[in-house]
Design a protein around this ligand. Structure first.
Ligand SMILES: [Fe+2]
Length: 112
């Protein structure tokens, strides 16, 4: 799976803002307690049309898939993930556009 990342993580262009999943960073959670986060499908909302939409959103811990949801076109450009944060987790969000491939955002996790 080829994963796209921004050319300059400190200064995303509009195309990158549309494709990188966007959520509050750092994520804040409690060790071992379920956490639900709403992820925006793009800091600039990505299209949600049948011919061009975000097909799935996944959360990885390092190389391990934690959860993945399939997304249908036509809805709001957002999706909700539920997972259980643990100390030492290295969260990455991945989103697949039907045209422009998989895009990734690394997150920081704060365990309270
Ligand atoms: Fe796209």
């Amino acid at each position: 799976m080829e994963i796209h990342q921004p050319k300059d993580p400190g200064f995303l262009n509009d195309f990158e803002k549309k494709h990188m999943p966007f959520v509050a960073d750092p994520l804040q959670g409690k060790d071992g307690q379920s956490l639900t986060v709403t992820v925006q499908l793009g800091e600039i909302p990505h299209p949600t049309m049948p011919e061009h939409y975000i097909q799935w959103l996944a959360l990885y811990d390092g190389e391990r898939e934690v959860t993945k949801i399939n997304i249908k076109p036509g809805g709001a450009p957002a999706a909700t993930l539920t997972f259980t944060p643990v100390s030492g987790m290295q969260p990455r969000l991945l989103a697949q556009c039907s045209i422009h491939g998989v895009w990734e955002r690394h997150l920081n996790l704060e365990i309270q």
